[in-house]
Design a protein around this ligand. Structure first.
Ligand SMILES: Nc1ncnc2c1ncn2[C@@H]1O[C@H](COP(=O)(O)OP(=O)(O)O)[C@@H](O)[C@H]1O
Ligand SMILES: [Mg+2]
Length: 223
């Protein structure tokens, strides 16, 4: 469960302060799938980064399960991300020279024993996203749609409680966009507890979801 109460986030850059989130409150139940929409600059990516503990709120309370994220120190935040969160970004963020399978196992870099334990899971995820045939090719040679499917497999390899996707179809044509969204929904639905949050500016993508949180100027317009 995600619970946000009056969450604020300000960035200070070159002496200029931007209020990216200005008191955001909402809650998301276990197993919910939802879209976050809103104009560019409305705070969508900031909100996702806070839920994923890539950054901390300036004020307010953000709880995931029984963990209050602003209380975590950097080591605890890293562990929270590793154990609870899967990220999918618009730009895929694959390591081009590594193989597709190595990319799916990238979260376990430097964790040899866990990496070995998750190899079969990674192979199975690659089957589920339809890329088993290219598992040993360098990720850099894949098409955009394929790269995003690798990124989805990577995001799921640690079986996260929450899958956070920031404009996952932003670099894809409509055919690949549909395929990626089908896949995300199906994979997330395979675990009835998993929360899926997709930031999108595409109304067609948002329309797939039973719930939409609309952001505007750092606030929730409708939840
Ligand atoms: N790291 C940062 N430093 C300074 N300002 C930032 C930073 N990240 C985001 N912002 C600002 O915060 C606001 C919200 O940005 P963002 O969350 O990226 O919006 P969205 O994802 O809806 O386009 C914008 O005004 C943006 O310029
Ligand atoms: Mg954004």
């Amino acid at each position: 469960m995600i619970q946000a109460e009056e969450v604020r986030k300000s960035y200070k850059q070159d002496g200029v302060e931007t209020d990216a989130l200005r008191g955001v409150s909402f809650s998301v139940g276990e197993g919910e799938h939802l879209a976050i929409t809103g104009p560019s600059g409305s705070g969508k990516s900031t909100l996702l980064a806070l839920i994923g503990a890539l950054d901390r709120p300036t004020a307010g309370v953000l709880r995931v399960g029984d963990v209050e994220l602003s209380r975590l120190n950097p080591t605890e935040r890293a562990r929270y991300r590793f154990e609870k969160i899967g990220f999918v970004f618009q730009e895929f963020h694959l390591l081009a020279h590594l193989t597709v399978l190595e990319n799916v196992l990238a979260p376990f870099l430097g964790r040899g024993r866990e990496r070995a334990k998750h190899r079969d899971i990674a192979v199975r995820l690659l089957e589920e996203v339809g890329l088993q045939a290219v598992a040993s090719r360098p990720a850099g040679v894949l098409s955009g749609g394929e790269k995003q499917r690798v990124a989805i497999a990577r995001a799921l390899v640690n079986d996260p409680a929450i899958l956070l996707c920031d404009e996952p179809t932003g670099n894809l044509d409509s055919k690949n966009s549909d395929a990626v969204m089908e896949l995300l929904a199906a994979l997330a639905a395979a675990d009835e507890h998993k929360i899926l949050v997709v930031v999108t500016h595409d109304p067609k993508v948002a329309a797939r979801f039973p719930r939409e949180i609309r952001m505007r100027d750092g606030q929730v317009q409708t939840a």
